[in-house]
Design a protein around this ligand. Structure first.
Ligand SMILES: Nc1ncnc2c1ncn2[C@@H]1O[C@H](COP(=O)(O)OP(=O)(O)O)[C@@H](O)[C@H]1O
Ligand SMILES: [Mg+2]
Length: 462
């Protein structure tokens, strides 16, 4: 009999065919969602309205990964949520089968292959690299050595104009009280090799064209990691007359999305009798804006979404003349007078397109764009209908709705739609036309898609 190990048991899982090897599960239990490449058999299974990722893997690794994912979730570090491990599986002949590790499918997540397309913008790639660097640094800050940093082991979610990266595969990882420089270096060495291979792969597949160069992309990741790590943990020294630089450091860290929980400050008198101050952040926590927004409104968002919404909250406070009213009171009013009514206008069937906070962020962008176009201040409630018709309706679904999210053309080319690791069907010379593999960048976009980034860039130029 299979045994379930779980902190949040879901009884609907019990009747699933655990005695069948995962690769042979009936397709009516599975959903084909885009995903990265894997060594193991991985499937998305649907149970009621939940979707779980199932991975068949040897017992000690399944338990190890389950526990590490629990640690990461406890420490609020972006990673998929572990659901349980099913052990003691036997097939009909009494042969034992490897356990299955279950994680919750990360809603609205985008594996890297859905983000890279021919003609992918420089800005997009740059933001993906940034998200990756922030994730690696956050993991290193809590003593987590990943051991297998690669594009396939990272999931991305939209976060305002940027991306947030999540860890998806912790099989090779180790948790330590803290990491030595050597341990971090090892992790980065693995990252360098894997990422280089991943970028070459994308290049070979025509998804990453000029001017992108795999080697330069990898070097950029390494450099940005070093810069971020220096900012997060580096020692700074200045003269006693520049004491305001202590606050400057805290503000810089806040603007990167980090809070300083502990800063070591030393003063010492130098040789010429001048005092010297030395500061070093000792404990920094990610999620500066996110925590503040959560405290004020209860909204759970990504970091940059929170930053954007907090700006709107500040603007609301100013415009409504409430600057001396308590911040929490204003936040509550903003929530009930702005956020909720505006979100209430989004038709139910369009809510699978984006997360609520992302919709709100895009709506703020749209309002800006409409105000520019019409030379007046467009109220948010008024901008909603334009946003719905001109932007939201034309976007592809990103939630796990019951629709397939792999473009149909691509689905048919996969050997197995539930397992992209098996690659594509070899069609010889005359491959069917696939807009995703066409050289023209616009082909992947619906023609009526309103590209706010591009408009904005043009506006600033003109
Ligand atoms: N909880 C999840 N949510 C979304 N996607 C997932 C989840 N778990 C796995 N995946 C997808 O499946 C792929 C393979 O999973 P992974 O754990 O990396 O397997 P392996 O250990 O064989 O490399 C990942 O690249 C990711 O795209
Ligand atoms: Mg993996």
């Amino acid at each position: 009999m299979p045994k379930f190990l779980s902190a949040s048991p879901d009884s609907r899982l019990l009747p699933l065919p655990w005695e069948t090897p995962l690769a042979e599960w009936p397709v009516d239990l599975l959903v084909a969602l885009p995903r990265g490449l894997s060594r193991h058999v991985v499937r998305f299974i649907q149970v009621g309205d939940s979707v779980y990722a199932a991975k068949e893997v040897v017992e000690h690794l399944a338990l190890h990964e389950y526990r590490l994912l629990q640690d990461l979730n406890r420490l609020n570090t972006p990673a998929v949520e572990p659901i349980g491990v099913i052990t003691g599986r036997e097939d009909a002949q009494g042969q034992s089968l490897d356990p299955i590790l279950l994680t919750r499918h990360l809603e609205f997540s985008l594996p890297y292959r859905s983000l890279f397309s021919p003609g992918v913008r420089k800005g997009t790639v740059s933001r993906l690299l940034d998200a990756m660097v922030v994730l690696i640094a956050r993991l290193h800050l809590i003593g987590f050595k990943w051991g297998d940093i690669s594009l396939s082991n990272i999931l991305f979610r939209r976060d305002a104009c940027a991306f947030a990266a999540y860890l998806v595969d912790a099989e090779t990882a180790e948790m330590h009280p803290r990491l030595s420089k050597g341990q971090r270096r090892q992790d980065l060495e693995i990252a360098r090799n894997n990422l280089y291979g991943d970028f070459l792969d994308l290049q070979a597949g025509g998804l990453l064209l000029e001017p992108f160069d795999p080697l330069r992309l990898v070097d950029t990741v390494m450099k940005r990691y070093r810069d971020l790590w220096q900012e997060l943990t580096g020692t700074e020294e200045f003269s006693g007359s520049e004491a305001e630089r202590i606050e400057g450091r805290v503000r810089r860290l806040n603007s990167l999305g980090f809070d300083v929980a502990e800063m070591a400050i030393e003063t010492e008198t130098g040789s010429a009798g001048h005092s010297v101050i030395r500061i070093q952040p000792k404990v920094v926590d990610a999620g500066h804006h996110r925590r503040r927004l959560m405290r004020l409104t209860g909204l759970d968002t990504e970091e940059n979404q929170a930053r954007r919404i907090l700006n709107d909250l500040d603007a609301y406070r100013f415009h409504t003349g409430q600057t001396i009213v308590d911040e929490a009171v204003v936040a509550h009013k903003w929530l009930t007078e702005i956020f909720e009514p505006v979100m209430g206008q989004i038709p139910l069937e369009l809510r699978d397109k984006r997360e609520p906070a992302q919709i709100f962020h895009e709506l703020l962008d749209y309002r800006w764009y409409q105000s520019q176009r019409e030379h007046r201040d467009v109220p948010l409630v008024e901008a909603v209908s334009g946003y719905i018709h001109e932007v939201l309706e034309s976007l592809p679904d990103e939630a796990i709705s019951h629709h397939d999210m792999i473009p149909a053309a691509k689905m048919h080319q996969l050997v197995n739609p539930f397992d992209p690791s098996q690659g594509f069907v070899e069609d010889g010379e005359d491959k069917p036309y696939d807009p995703w593999e066409d050289g023209t960048p616009e082909a992947a976009m619906p023609s009526h898609y309103l590209d706010i980034d591009a408009l904005r860039a043009r506006h600033h130029q003109g």
